[in-house]
Every structure is written in structure tokens, then in C-alpha cells.
Design a binder for this molecule. Structure first.
Ligand code: ATP
Ligand code: MG
Ligand code: FE
Length: 351
């Protein structure tokens, strides 16, 4: 299978070509990402109308570039996969419509991909990672622990009751006066800082579930930020925040690992972290430590596949195509689309 992937759910216009052999081996032939950061930066965050317009303007050229860099032509494609949600609906419609047009013009199947399923498979782009695995999905809009049994088979063990981890990074970075997007900027500022200088609240410590909460940390960090006068203090606060977030992610993952290990009788214990926050080195290091202490293998995608990209969308599409799936031309754009749909409908903390 040679699949063109398209990603337009937020502020990246991305296209990629991924080849999946019959034995499941995966090759990323190209992965092109056009970031709109410069267009949104003056507003301190993503402006949906600007995003949708920018996607319209560049999707054609970005897709053409991905095809060219892959060394193939449109005629070589055996399928096309486009993000159909969740995300900003104006942007999603651009990529999804483009995908449908390619499918119609070439007479090939189209897969409407859940963006979160893309993140969920992203570690499989570069590592030999079999199902099942325990997944921590930490991105700008989501913070969840999922038992992933296969493509389309995810069961949620916990999720945030307020902000996502990436959202917490972004909001706290803003109070520190850092530019959008805040996560990478905060990581940079934290370098060499003292992570124990500012004591921050530890949320949900006594709770037996695998949920997350970052709003208390956010409020506390904002209060401290107001009182800071020196550059050293700012650096130490950034380091303290980063450590507090990494610690909570590890603590809740540790709980999930214990439950997962029991359910799987101690066999095939694999822990995976994916999503934009998985790019953070302190987060990766702490999770790796936790996984190893629990007897789990640890896999994180290469940095380029942590944040939004189309290679992960192409792979999710290819895995579904390999199962014989294809979606109709009236497949809708879905601004909200939980990965574990059935479980989410029953869940009181549905994000
Ligand atoms: P979702 O996938 O939930 O729809 P999204 O697509 O906007 O949201 P991603 O692209 O996966 O999210 O990740 C972006 C988020 O990751 C942002 O919140 C960003 O600040 C955060 N992030 C990226 N790099 C880092 C880093 N090095 N350290 C901390 N956070 C980071
Ligand atoms: Mg983004
Ligand atoms: Fe994402």
C-alpha cells in the first residue's frame, strides 16, 4: 500500500507518503509540514479563520511536494487518508475535501482518520512496535491513558479532568511571557533551571484512578510568575513547572501500568508516549524511568512525529486499508471525536 496522508486539523498543513508492505513493514517516503506559527503568533494562539484560509492556500502545493519528495506520482497511490477530526472544523474540511477529491479522481479508497488515532500509531512509524500497548497520549488538546489493542481498538483508562498537558505548558508559558507555541519555549527556558526552587501543588495524589488535573498547577504558577523579578527566577519557575508536569504524567502512568500489567498477566508490557508533549525531554526521561521500573518497554516517536504530521495519518489510514476498510465520500468532518467512542459516551469525564 502506498498512501498519501493529509493533516489539517490545527495549525500545520501537512502531507506525507507512507508505504506499508504486506508483512506490516512501514516506510515513510516523505513527510512535509508547513507550519502556520508565524501567522498566528501575533495573536498568541491559533485563530481558526486564519488557519482554515492558510490550509486552503497551501494544501495543493504541500501534497504535490510530498508526492514529489517520495519519488512517486498520484498514479502510484493505492489510497488516501485524511484527518476528519477532532480539530478546528474549517481546517479539517480542507484536508478531508482534498482527500476525497484525490480519491475520486484516482479511483482509490479514502480513509477518514481520527487525528488521535494518528498520534496513537505514530510510534509505529519508526519502531518495531507490536500491539497491544499502553499509551499516554499527551498533546495540545488531549491527555489520556489508553489500552490500545489494535487499530480502532482503544480503551480509556484515564483522562484529564480539566486542561490537557500541552495546554498547561502553553498557558503557563504565556504567563512567563514566552511566545506561542509555549511548550517548546518553556522547555528551552527551563534548561539549567532549579526544578525544586518553587514548590507547586501535586494534583490528585491520593486518587486511585488514572485521571489528570493541571488547573491547580496553572493557577499556582501564574501567581508565582507575577512576583518574579530576575531572569534566574523565571528559569527556575520554568524548570519547576516542567518537572511538576512530568512528575504528574509519570505518577498517573505508573498507576495505569500497574492495572495494565495485572490485566495482561505481566506479558507483553509495552508503554508508549505520543503527542506534542512527548517531544519534551524531561517528560520522556521521567516516563522511561517509570516504565523501566514497572518492567515495561518504552517507546516514543522521533521528535518530528510527536507534534502534528501527516505520516501518522497516512499510517493510520494504511492500517485500516489493510483491514479492508474504506469510507464513503460523505464521511463528515467531526470537530469532536473521541478515540474510544463507546467508552467515552459512558464516561463522566469525557473530553
Ligand atoms: P490534539 O492532538 O490534541 O488535537 P494538537 O494537535 O494541537 O492537539 P500536538 O500538535 O500533538 O497537539 O501538540 C502540540 C502541543 O504540544 C502544544 O501544546 C505544544 O506546546 C506541546 N509541545 C510541543 N513541543 C513541546 C515540548 N518540547 N515541551 C512541552 N510541550 C511541547
Ligand atoms: Mg500544532
Ligand atoms: Fe495533534
Amino acid at each position: 500500500l502506498t498512501v498519501l496522508g493529509l493533516e489539517t486539523s490545527c495549525d500545520e498543513t501537512a502531507a506525507a507518503v507512507v508505504r506499508r508492505a504486506a508483512d506490516g513493514r512501514v516506510q515513510v517516503l516523505s513527510s512535509v509540514i508547513a507550519s502556520q506559527i508565524a501567522e498566528h503568533a501575533p495573536y498568541g494562539g491559533v485563530v481558526p479563520e486564519i488557519a482554515a484560509r492558510a490550509h486552503v492556500e497551501s494544501i495543493d502545493a504541500i501534497a504535490a511536494q510530498a508526492i514529489a519528495e517520495a519519488g512517486v506520482t498520484y498514479a502510484d497511490l493505492t489510497g488516501v487518508a485524511a484527518t476528519a477530526g477532532p480539530g478546528l472544523v474549517g481546517g479539517v474540511m480542507v484536508g478531508l475535501s482534498f482527500g476525497k477529491a484525490v480519491a475520486l479522481a484516482r479511483g482509490i479508497p479514502m480513509i477518514a482518520v481520527n487525528h488521535l488515532e494518528g498520534h496513537a500509531v505514530s510510534a509505529r512509524l519508526a519502531a518495531d512496535l507490536p500491539y497491544p500497548f499502553l499509551l499516554l497520549l499527551v498533546s495540545g488538546g488531549h491527555c489520556q491513558l489508553l489500552a490500545v489493542e489494535g487499530i480502532g481498538q482503544a480503551r480509556r483508562l484515564g483522562s484529564t479532568i480539566d486542561d490537557a498537558a500541552g495546554e498547561a505548558f502553553d498557558k503557563i508559558a504565556k504567563t512567563l511571557g514566552l511566545p506561542y507555541p509555549g511548550g517548546p519555549a518553556l522547555e528551552k527556558l527551563a534548561q539549567g533551571g532549579d526544578p525544586e526552587r518553587f514548590p507547586l501543588p501535586r494534583a490528585l495524589l491520593g486518587r486511585k484512578d488514572c485521571d489528570f488535573s493541571f488547573s491547580g498547577l496553572k493557577t499556582a504558577a501564574a501567581r508565582i510568575a507575577e512576583t518574579l523579578t530576575t531572569e534566574d527566577e523565571r528559569r527556575d519557575l520554568a524548570a519547576s513547572v516542567q518537572t511538576a508536569i512530568a512528575r504528574q504524567l509519570a505518577e498517573r502512568s505508573d498507576r495505569a501500568m500497574a492495572a495494565y500489567a495485572q490485566a495482561h498477566h505481566g506479558f507483553g508490557l509495552r508503554f508508549v508516549v505520543a503527542g506534542g508533549v512527548a517531544a519534551n525531554k524531561a517528560v520522556r526521561a521521567r516516563l522511561e524511568e517509570t516504565a523501566s521500573a514497572r518492567g515495561f518497554s518504552f517507546t516514543a516517536p522521533p521528535l518530528a512525529y510527536c507534534t502534528d504530521n501527516a505520516a501518522m495519518i497516512a499510517l493510520a489510514g494504511a492500517e485500516r486499508l489493510a483491514l479492508g476498510e474504506a469510507h464513503p465520500m460523505d464521511a463528515p468532518a467531526r470537530p469532536r471525536w473521541p478515540l474510544d467512542e463507546a467508552a467515552a459516551l459512558a464516561s463522566p469525564t469525557h473530553v
